[in-house]
Design a protein around this ligand. Structure first.
Ligand SMILES: NC(=O)c1ccc[n+]([C@@H]2O[C@H](COP(=O)([O-])OP(=O)(O)OC[C@H]3O[C@@H](n4cnc5c(N)ncnc54)[C@H](O)[C@@H]3O)[C@@H](O)[C@H]2O)c1
Length: 697
């Protein structure tokens, strides 16, 4: 017996605590929601299911995981659910509590349909349900919204409790959610956040894959990705704008296309039509180019075909290239899906000398061994079988395919194709197979990779350093008319003659409705800088106040200027050595909380994987009040400029320019510390002399 438990006093207290006293102490609990145990789960055919997450807990840990899950369950149901949860754990690697999933479809409905004591409580229910919509979520039954493993919360028991808490939440309380677990409601005040979320924040020395898998299986950690666990996902549209800007600007920077032209006549090749990658077809067409995107899972191609985001599909690589050539010659945009492995598509290009202008990859390489990357030579169904039953073979095949993939890319790039990493950890995954050649220093990843990355070379210097990032909103009324009005109002706030970024953003919002970008709630994404975001937010709040539109949820993706510390991605163009620090994301989160954003969230991982990034997000409900005007004026510029300040301190040119202007326009209220720039030659000479002296002595 454990020594601690033999302590007499402890037992006295412990003996007094029974489930009877616990049930009396809680009003928000599952048996207050369900009169009786819901029936065993039924799964709608055709809905994608998450692969098994590999059960490998010890017997003792298995007991712990089961006991942990039963913490949500009234004692009267333990006998029934203990074996059921154990079965879920051993077969799927997690306890999802499938039985508690509400039957049928879940949709983000108009905010007025939800119960609640405050608009924020109702609004976050819209956002959560949109994240779980069959049309939006990647694996809706497993609460995975996107990015293979990004969950709203860990299980359906948490879902119900969070919803019940949001219904009860008042303007004088804050709901605390730790890795999907609703810790509870705590007294605060109207200017405080209504919801504070953290996901997967592991203690440094445990922040690795092994401890991570254990914590997930034990039910104490949730992989929130970014907007999945931060409840701010708006479907693939969220990423279309960033993808459009990236592809367009890569074309301009690397193919010599002028700033006022698009990608007409150019071929873009990539892979992945999943959660975020599914935006590629639409984005390349909006940018005027032709795209071939390889995807092994037909169900994902079908989703994009049904949406009209893919124009045609073929399972022949040669046919895909022939069709692309035809559309390139017509100089018309076209999105072609190749149903098959990206490696087969690229092998065909190499064998037949097919010319590719721009090449990237958007398989889920942040989780290559968890199903994110499909090995060559096998069908998607066989991949799932192997993944479930023979992870060692699966791993070996993944490594072999990654090496082949890398060789093909090297051949194509030697022939003139411009390859760039799309922030999916592809180059890191290649390195992890043992290829050191992929690193600049041929040893390790400290100096980066031999191929550029889309943030380091494009989005960082051209967008993030100026503060341009993925501002977004959801019209909580669910009305198309509200979306149209907000689009128009946002467009009127942009001066297209200011910078080429503003012109691209202006064109984007002008054509947004026509481009049919909405999947799920009536949402919109629009890249904006600090000033633009604040201006638009104030305008929207005024429109809510005047009754022109219903309440609006503002937010952003974490793939942005300020909210995310991620050396392989968002902060890849920070070169002062601070790219391994996570101070910025933490400050962004804390500063947003201090300024009263309605929701603040902070996560470990995100799109690049556990331990590789810390990212923070927010949600702000516009209710038309002066209180919200004040929050917009302080929190929105902070959310962006904290990031620009850090980029300026790293001596990034665009960020310096932006901060100098900011210090002038906000004199008296804000002030950013700027770096003096040292002369490289002076520094090099000073150091060289010292090293020479050291060598002599
Ligand atoms: N779009 C962006 O702006 C962006 C930004 C940063 C990072 N990313 C990264 O891109 C990756 C993809 O994100 P997602 O949300 O689309 O993930 P996802 O898992 O939903 O989609 C990936 C798709 O790739 C397909 N796939 C896997 N292996 C393949 C192969 N060998 N050949 C062809 N298809 C294959 C899968 O079937 C899946 O549909 C993630 O790692 C994400 O972090 C995307």
């Amino acid at each position: 017996m454990n020594n601690k438990l033999s302590d007499e006093n402890y037992w006295e207290v412990y003996a007094m605590i029974s489930n009877d006293s616990i049930v009396k102490a809680m009003t928000i609990r599952l048996d207050a929601i369900f009169d009786e145990l819901p029936p065993p789960p039924e799964f709608t055919g055709g809905i994608r299911r998450a692969p098994t997450r590999h059960f490998n807990l010890s017997q003792k840990d298995t007991e712990l995981a089961l006991k942990n899950a039963l913490r949500y369950i009234p004692e009267k149901w333990h006998r029934t659910l203990a074996p059921e949860f154990l079965e879920e754990l051993t077969t799927r690697g997690r306890i999802y509590g499938y039985r508690f999933r509400p039957g049928g479809e879940i949709k983000g409905r108009p905010v007025g349909d939800y119960k609640g004591q405050c608009i924020e409580g109702r609004a976050f229910q819209v956002m959560i349900e949109n994240n779980l919509d069959f049309d939006v979520a990647l694996y809706p039954y497993e609460l995975v919204t996107y990015g293979e493993t990004g969950q709203v919360c860990q299980n359906w028991m948490q879902y119900h409790l969070i919803k019940r808490y949001l219904e009860a939440l008042t303007r004088d309380q804050t709901l605390v959610v730790a890795s999907g677990h609703p810790v509870g409601l705590f007294a605060s005040f109207p200017e405080a956040p209504r919801v504070i979320i953290t996901n997967a924040l592991m203690v440094g020395c445990f922040d690795d894959q092994e401890n991570w898998h254990r914590a997930m299986a034990l039910g104490v950690a949730n992989y929130g990705q970014m907007t999945a666990g931060g409840w701010m996902y708006i479907g693939p549209q969220g990423i279309v704008h960033g993808t459009y800007s990236t592809i367009l600007n890569v074309g301009r920077a690397k193919l010599g296309i002028p700033e006022d032209r698009n990608l007409a006549g150019r071929l873009f090749v990539s892979s992945g039509l999943g959660g975020m990658s599914g935006a590629q077809g639409k984005a390349v067409v909006i940018a005027g180019g032709v795209g071939i995107i390889a995807e092994v899972d037909y169900s994902r191609i079908k989703t994009r075909l049904d949406q009209g985001w893919i124009d045609e599909v073929t399972d022949s690589p040669a046919e895909a290239f022939a069709a692309a050539r035809d559309w390139q010659q017509r100089r018309q945009g076209r999105a072609i899906a190749f149903h098959g492995n990206i490696v087969d598509l690229l092998q065909c290009a190499v064998d037949n000398n097919a010319a590719i202008d721009l090449l990237t990859d958007q398989t889920s390489c942040h989780a290559v061994y968890d199903g994110g990357y499909c090995p060559e030579g096998i069908s998607f169904a066989r991949r799932t079988e192997l993944l479930n039953n023979d992870s060692a073979t699966f791993r070996k095949m993944v490594d072999g395919t990654l090496r082949h993939h890398y060789d093909l890319i090297k051949t194509l790039s030697a022939r003139g194709t411009f390859f760039f990493d799309y922030g999916n950890s592809f180059l890191k995954a290649v390195y992890d197979t043992g290829i050191e050649d992929v690193c600049k220093n041929k040893k390790n990843t400290l100096d980066g990779f031999i191929f550029p990355s889309y943030v380091e070379d494009i989005m960082g210097p051209l967008l993030f350093d100026y503060g341009y990032g993925p501002f977004r909103w959801v019209c909580l009324s669910g009305e198309e008319e509200d979306l149209r009005k907000t689009d128009q109002a946002a467009m009127a706030c942009i001066d297209p003659t200011r910078r080429f970024q503003d012109r691209d953003n202006y064109n984007w919002i002008r054509d947004a409705l026509k481009n049919h970008l909405v999947v799920g709630t009536k949402a919109r994404i629009l890249y904006q800088d600090a000033q633009g975001r604040m201006k638009i937010a104030l305008k929207f709040n005024e429109m809510v106040r005047n009754g022109e539109v219903g309440p609006v949820m503002l937010g952003r993706d974490h793939h942005d200027t300020g909210g995310t510390d991620s050396p392989y991605r968002e902060t890849a163009n920070i070169h002062d050595g601070s790219n391994i620090m996570a101070d910025m994301a933490t400050h962004c989160f804390a500063g947003n909380a201090a300024r009263g954003m309605s929701l603040v969230s902070l996560h470990n991982g995100g799109g690049v994987g556990i331990g590789k990034a810390i990212n923070g997000g927010f949600g702000l409900v516009l209710d038309g009040s002066p209180r919200v005007d004040a929050i917009i004026r302080s929190a929105i510029p902070w959310d962006v400029m904290g990031g620009v300040a850090r980029r300026a301190w790293a001596r990034n040119e665009g960020a310096l320019e932006t901060c100098i202007a900011y210090n002038e326009t906000r004199a008296g209220s804000d002030h950013i510390t700027l770096p003096y720039l040292a002369d490289d030659k002076l520094v090099a000479e000073t150091v060289a002399q010292q090293f020479k002296r050291n060598a002599k002595s």
